[in-house]
Ligand binder design. Structure first.
Ligand code: DX5
Ligand code: ZN
Length: 230
């Protein structure tokens, strides 16, 4: 933070979560964020078993695919994700993440996602140690670090996530792996710079984008604040 030059890190992408949008007006909701500069659409799939909420599934992903050329990122908060991961790729998802806590055969699931033609991600809850990712990292294209306990939008950012993010960045870089980091939960214009500086590259934001009723402007503000001090 030496001088006043700010630099937008070009590899950072904003991924609005449609969980906080009006599900009856999804087409409008996704157009609005694309106009604002978002490149990834984050789709939260919940089964009422792995997490205490039920949201959307394959038919909605198929419809979204027809409605946008943005990258579709499906976050599977479901038990036994290996049973469905490839179906989400076939429905049009470009990125599919599965939880380390939910899958006994993670390397197999990640490989199947890649073979089906999408980027394979491993998602990890706030209380799950990073060591559980160790053997799966070479099979992953990205890690989805949860900065809230999954299940609902609009929760408060878990502060220990910053240190965990830094350690994950180091873990990936030390191994010379090409694995991107996505962060999800409680991100807004006040803390986006800090998570970018700590090593996150794909930034999910739900309530910060759709909660205020001006999604285009909200995405622009996040991009503006996603700066790294040089
Ligand atoms: C939480 C979901 C998130 C959620 C983020 O379980 O995985 O993607 O939509 O919402 P905010 O940004 O409001 O925390
Ligand atoms: Zn999510």
């Amino acid at each position: 933070m030496g001088n006043l030059n700010r630099e937008y890190a070009g590899s950072i992408e904003i991924a609005p979560s449609i969980l906080s949008a009006d599900f009856a007006r999804l087409a409008e909701a996704i157009d609005a964020v694309e106009v604002g500069g978002a490149t990834v659409l984050h789709v939260d799939v919940m089964d009422g078993h792995f997490v205490p909420n039920i949201t959307i599934g394959l038919p909605v992903v198929r419809s979204l695919r027809k409605a946008t050329s943005m990258t579709i990122d499906t976050h599977l908060m479901i038990s036994e994700p290996g049973r469905y991961a490839v179906e989400f790729v076939n429905a049009g998802a470009n990125m599919v993440s599965v939880h380390v806590e939910a899958d006994d055969h993670l390397n197999r699931t990640l490989t199947s996602i890649r073979e089906a033609g999408a980027k394979a991600g491993v998602a990890i809850n706030p209380a799950t140690p990073l060591g559980t990712l160790e053997e799966a990292l070479p099979y992953a294209d990205f890690v989805l670090l949860m900065s809230v306990n999954p299940g609902f939008g609009g929760q408060k950012f878990v502060p220990t996530s910053i240190d965990k993010l830094r350690r994950l960045r180091r873990m990936i870089d030390d191994r010379g792996l090409n694995v991107r980091i996505e962060i999800d939960g409680g991100i807004d214009a006040n803390n986006i710079a800090e998570v970018c500086e700590a090593g996150a590259e794909i930034i999910v934001a739900g309530s910060a984008v759709y909660g205020g009723g001006r999604p285009t402007e909200a995405v622009r503000e996040l991009i503006d604040k996603a700066t790294v001090w040089v």
